[in-house]
Design a protein around this ligand. Structure first.
Ligand code: NAD
Ligand code: ZN
Length: 353
């Protein structure tokens, strides 16, 4: 088992990565939780595949279990679902001595984590992320949230779990498009901080990728952990995790979160900005070509949707959330090294189009 410890100002917690750990969760939870009840917040897809084994391991350690299975997908990350979840937690008489366990992708982790942050003013929770995106990104960092009709993640908090349990074996049942969606974030980490990882990803066959996925998850989480520890509340250096995201978010939003998955939009964002920064001489020659090859290897797009490109880029400068005349963007100096650049809003087309 690989473990890493996230050291925050007011809290420390462990992230465990081990193949098959889903089947032995009971034992691990027993070691750290004195409560009797566990409320499992999951989605119906994940529950259908892994519910039985999770219940079995928890029950065999004497936990009383309550399952709250929401409809899968982003459309469930709402106040309405949260309201239902709270109702179930009340019915199950969950107290502050008990535990919430989130079992699923980023939707379940974000919504379940926010429920844990707010129910009875906060009860302990552990994350069991099951999508690649959740395993390498959303399960650590403490950002929990739900969406509003006006935008994504508008209601949320910083609330860290007591532990994270990652089972790379569960990725076997993940839809290939979802797997590649998570690979976009893996590629992002390699671009901003780990050239060796980038080179490995370039050379791996499909089987080699599967065989090494636990080590890859560990590498990504180590990068995220270091950044989160330095900047818990996302005011400074966490910014570097936004490589590809300024344009990525604009693309997702422009198409109402339907045409492109998050990772696909980020893939376009990473390539586009790198192609432009390279032609401005800010990025080592050849970087964007390498990036394009790696993205294509994982069936990820790199090109802007042509007829909408100008309008999408325009929305970046118009974004109400970015006040003032300039924005910070993340650029690569070469594969494995990034820097933050403050650019004028009237330069956005130069960097993103
Ligand atoms: P998701 O939770 O919707 O999961 C994707 C799909 O895969 C779902 O249909 C789910 O049922 C299915 N699934 C998950 N694990 C499976 C498995 N092992 N086998 C079979 N099917 C499985 O989406 P996601 O991509 O995991 O997460 C996206 C969410 O994460 C977004 O809401 C985003 O805002 C959030 N997010 C949060 C952070 C953060 O720091 N908190 C960071 C990045 C993304
Ligand atoms: Zn992302």
């Amino acid at each position: 088992m690989e473990s890493l410890q996230v050291n925050l100002k007011h809290k420390t917690y462990q992230v465990h990565i081990k193949r098959g750990i889903t089947k032995e969760l009971g034992k691990h939870l027993r070691a750290q939780c004195s409560g009797e009840k566990v409320a499992i917040i999951t989605d119906k897809n994940v529950y259908h595949i892994y519910g039985k084994q999770v219940l079995q391991t928890l029950n065999s350690e004497g936990f009383e279990t309550h399952v709250i299975a929401i409809e899968p997908g982003e459309k469930s990350k709402t106040l309405a679902t949260l309201n239902d979840v709270f109702g179930e937690l009340v019915r199950a008489k969950i107290s502050r001595r008990d535990l919430i366990l989130t079992l699923g992708g980023g939707v379940v982790g974000d919504l379940g984590g926010f429920a844990a942050a707010t129910f009875l003013r906060g009860i302990p929770y552990v994350q069991v992320p099951t999508s690649l995106l959740a395993q390498v990104d959303s399960s650590i960092g403490g950002k929990v949230a739900v969406d509003l009709p006006y935008g994504k993640n508008l209601i949320g908090s910083f609330y860290h779990p007591d532990a994270v349990f990652i089972d790379p074996d569960v990725l076997e049942t993940l839809d290939p498009r979802e797997f590649n969606n998570g690979m976009a974030e893996v590629i992002k980490y390699s671009c901003i901080k780990d050239r060796q990882l980038f080179e490995e990803l370039m050379s791996f066959s499909k089987d080699e990728l599967t065989d090494n996925i636990d080590r890859i998850i560990f590498k990504c989480l180590t990068i995220k952990k270091n950044v989160v520890e330095e900047d818990e509340t996302d005011r400074g250096s966490r910014m570097m995790l936004n490589f590809g995201h300024t344009l990525g978010h604009a693309i997702e939003k422009y198409f109402n979160y339907s045409k492109y998955a998050h990772g696909e939009a980020v893939a376009i964002g990473m390539y586009q900005v790198t192609k432009n920064s390279e032609s401005m001489g800010l990025t080592e020659h050849g970087t964007s070509l390498m990036l394009k090859e790696l993205l294509s290897k994982h069936s990820l797009p790199h090109q802007m949707p042509e007829s909408d490109a100008a309008q999408i880029v325009e929305t970046i400068a118009l974004d109400k959330k970015s006040k003032g005349k300039s924005i910070d963007i993340v650029l690569l100096s070469s594969i494995g090294e990034c820097f933050i650049k403050n650019i004028c809003k009237d330069e956005v087309a130069k960097y993103f189009l």
